[in-house]
Design a protein around this ligand. Structure first.
Ligand SMILES: [Mn+2]
Length: 274
């Protein structure tokens, strides 16, 4: 069995299937990990969800677009202009797919492979144990009857800095921002959730370059940040969103040997990536 981890698909079903063909993915033997953001912006989010939810061996974590889809599905957010959820919202199996999605984790750690999977990143105050604990708090709420209540407050103004003193919805919202939206933060862990390129504001760093980050001894695989083009110059922080939705490429990495495979995405629409 080989393990492949693929970056943000965002509804680009055709390049996804071409990439699986290229790596000779055998769904009866191989395991597929995804960095999250399975849906949105691309043309075929419904097909991606149906295909991935039916896989025998997979490890899918949630990204910000997946959480946004859940908010829309549960009536807690409006469809935005650039969202491409129409087919999902009309699908007869949308309830099943929504339930499957909200039962996915936000962080996955595999001790035997020595890697940790997250959509966006970790703030500098978290070591692996804190990260697992915080992800578990959020997963527990998403899987409970309170999932809609949480999704409703996901977009409210909030503290943008992690603190263990945070309580209730504020705490869960900051956890969600770290795991699914983080790109830049400062040494104290103040999150900059606005900047999307690869140039940090003064005093801010890419989350994986923050000095004294407590998770720097673990190998982290992440997506979310297409502007990095798959490069971090840090062997312990592996970027896998290579801008499929921007018309660049979709990337798979085989965990056993680190080999990367890519497929071009010429038909993808050049829309703003959020
Ligand atoms: Mn994302």
């Amino acid at each position: 069995m080989a393990h492949y981890v693929i970056g943000d698909i965002q509804g680009c079903f055709d390049p996804f299937i071409r990439l699986l063909d290229k790596i000779n993915f055998n769904e009866n033997q191989d395991c597929l990990w995804l960095t999250g953001d399975l849906v949105n912006r691309g043309p075929a989010s419904l097909e991606v969800l149906r295909f991935v939810s039916a896989l025998k061996y997979s490890q899918v974590i949630l990204g910000n677009h997946d959480l946004h889809l859940l908010s829309v599905l549960y009536g807690k957010a409006c469809v935005e202009k650039q969202d491409t959820f129409e087919a999902i919202l009309k699908a007869p199996d949308k309830e099943y797919l929504g339930s499957w999605l909200r039962h996915r984790p936000l962080l996955h750690h595999d001790a035997s492979l020595g890697v940790t999977l997250v959509h966006a990143g970790l703030p500098p105050q978290w070591n692996l144990s804190t990260a697992l604990h915080c992800a578990h708090e959020l997963e527990t709420i998403l899987r409970s009857q309170q999932h809609a209540e949480f999704l409703e407050c996901l977009y409210e103004d909030t503290s943008s800095r992690w603190s263990d003193e945070l309580k209730g919805w504020d705490r869960l919202r900051v956890i969600a921002h770290c795991l699914t939206r983080l790109r830049f933060c400062d040494r104290e862990g103040n999150l900059d959730l606005i900047t999307k390129g690869n140039i940090a504001k003064k005093g801010y760093f890419p989350w994986f370059d923050v000095p004294n980050r407590r998770s720097k001894n673990i190998k982290i695989l992440f997506g979310h940040w297409a502007a990095l083009a798959g490069k971090t110059n840090n062997p312990m922080a592996i970027a896998l969103d290579t801008g499929c939705i921007w018309g660049h490429c979709l990337t798979a990495m085989r965990l056993e040997d680190g080999k990367r495979f890519t497929t071009n995405c010429p038909g993808a629409r050049l829309l703003h990536l959020v």
